[in-house]
Design a protein around this ligand. Structure first.
Ligand SMILES: *Cc1c(COP(=O)(O)O)cnc(C)c1O
Length: 396
């Protein structure tokens, strides 16, 4: 068996390769010729299956140690296809902090189809047990939460779920299979927004699902083919290519993020740094036990009175943008941008203050990133004395 880094590059045999090409071609054909009416074909119509997409699907199934992989036109399409395996009357436990789009899909779409959801703190196993009902079919969570990077033990949650005959579904966008393989830790389904680290270059929207068993794979396949949110062959090729460099990119994300977290932690202008790589928290303990690294996202609270809007707008190298997991560093204010859909009360309950900043650390030189953060901090501290509005903009 080849090791993980080798699998990234040489994971799969070429489908249908008679040319010697080292990469799978981008098959743009929507349909395929039948040699005879009775023939059974590998490929007959590209919603049902496409060789370029199939390559990526085999690639991700292999990396996650799963039975089957599926590629979708977005992370949300992947999540939709997964939650659509349940039926009216089923109950699903979800983590109390999940991606905003998932929260919206659950609350404004699946509730209409009589799926029932209970949100719990997934670090609290007793809370999970207390939420289990006779009709509970699954628990859904992100091992590293967004934007506060709280860490949930996949092993512990999956053990509780298994004991109650409940599926464990993990959105592992933040860690990728390079840092954690949830199926090996007991999960049944793992999914990704491949838009983030797997694609890695801010140039594709895509989603991936891997199932532990072929039976679950059949259920996901029915939804992929039946609902039809498939990834195009062109985009499947971009994700395939991104995955080949996942290990080297993640290593740089990790080392840059650790340096930046430590820099921020040393500064008086920062009142709190959220990064599982920093010692002394439960998040650090769980992540150390179950992951091969702490990820590339660092969040932090600017000290009270410092203008967070001015801070992010004053950065010169780090781009003010949503999304994460790309080669370039991206910074944003959750309360105004990624998490603006939450009401002010929901934001406070989720720990999202007006001082909270989320940074997706890219692959640039760490010293350049730190210099940019430093000049931004200097600008807001200099401005503090003269700007009477600052205090009003920062809630607690
Ligand atoms: C971005 C993201 C999604 C949604 O994926 P899209 O590709 O944007 O549809 C889901 N979960 C997490 C954790 C994400 O970061």
């Amino acid at each position: 068996m080849t090791k993980f880094n080798t699998k990234l590059i040489h994971g799969q045999d070429q489908h249908d390769n008679s040319t010697g090409a080292v990469n799978v071609p981008i098959y743009t054909s929507s349909t395929y010729k039948f040699p005879s009416v009775e023939a059974t074909l590998n490929w007959d119509y590209s919603r049902s299956g496409n060789p370029t997409r199939g390559y990526l699907e085999d690639q991700i199934a292999d990396l996650e140690n799963g039975a089957r992989g599926f590629a979708f036109s977005s992370g949300m399409a992947a999540i939709h296809a997964v939650l659509a395996i349940f039926k009216p009357g089923d109950h699903i436990i979800v983590a109390d902090t999940i991606y905003g789009g998932t929260f919206r899909l659950i609350n404004e779409f699946f509730k209409r189809w009589q799926l029932d959801f209970t949100a719990v703190d997934t670090q609290d196993l007793d809370a999970i047990k207390a939420a289990i009902r006779p009709n509970t079919k699954a628990i859904y969570f992100e091992p590293v939460s967004n934007p506060l990077l709280k860490v949930t033990s996949v092993k512990a949650v999956a053990a509780v779920a298994r004991a109650h005959d409940i599926l464990t579904i993990v959105d592992n966008t933040f860690l990728t299979p390079y840092l954690q393989r949830p199926l090996d830790l007991g999960a049944d389904i793992v999914l990704h927004s491949a838009t983030k680290y797997l694609g890695g270059h801010s140039d594709v929207i895509a989603g991936l699902v891997v199932t532990k068993t072929t039976e679950l794979g059949d259920a996901i396949y029915f939804n992929q083919n039946g609902i039809g949110g498939v990834l195009s062959p062109e985009d499947a090729n971009l994700v395939r290519r991104g995955i080949q460099t996942l290990a080297v990119r993640m290593d740089r994300h990790l080392s840059n993020a650790q340096k930046i977290a430590e820099f921020l932690d040393s500064r008086d202008e920062i009142s709190k740094v959220y990064y599982p790589g920093l010692d002394g928290t439960l998040d650090h303990q769980i992540a150390t036990a179950e992951t091969d690294g702490y990820g590339g996202v660092v969040s932090f609270d600017l000290a009270p009175g410092l203008d967070s809007i001015k801070f992010v707008e004053s950065l010169k190298l780090i781009l003010l943008a949503e999304s994460l997991g790309a080669v370039e560093s991206l910074i944003e204010l959750p309360y105004k941008m990624t998490h603006a859909e939450l009401s002010p009360d929901e934001q406070v309950a989720a720990g999202i203050t007006h001082q909270l900043v989320r940074l997706s650390v890219g692959l640039e030189d760490a010293s350049d990133l730190i210099a940019d953060l430093k000049q931004g901090l200097e600008q807001v501290t200099q401005a503090k004395g003269g700007d009477a509005l600052v205090a009003d903009r920062s809630n607690s």
